[in-house]
Design a protein. Structure first.
Length: 118
């Protein structure tokens, strides 16, 4: 009789521990994802306007350089590519380090990258 009482007690304690630990592990994953989402939102609120200002200025200066160089697209592209390219928002993957944050776009043109053998 004592064995069954001990067995029931141990099973009850084990089940109680499982009820506490299992949801905690699930909540930890959820809270981690929610935290990264919130951090990416607040990071974008700071980073986004800076990047957008840089892109607008680069687009304007690139357009002026296109006009002043009498339609030389190479001159304008060298300004537009770095300023208009890149990341405009911060994602949770960027905060984890799975993706890079690129403020500047690529400075190589498609013809330069094929000539270099990339």
């Amino acid at each position: 009789m004592r064995m069954s009482f001990l067995r029931r007690t141990l099973l009850g304690v084990g089940f109680s521990v499982w009820l506490v630990v299992a949801p905690t592990a699930a909540w930890a994953g959820y809270l981690s994802e929610a935290g990264l989402g919130t951090a990416s939102m607040f990071s974008t609120l700071i980073y986004g306007p800076l990047k957008l200002t840089y892109a607008i200025l680069g687009g304007t200066i690139g357009g002026l350089s296109y006009l002043l160089s009498v339609g030389n697209m190479d001159v304008a592209s060298r300004i537009w590519a770095p300023s208009l390219g890149g990341s405009y928002v911060i994602t949770p993957e960027m905060l984890k380090g799975e993706q890079g944050i690129r403020f500047f776009g690529s400075t190589t043109t498609p013809t330069e990258s094929t000539e270099a053998g990339y």
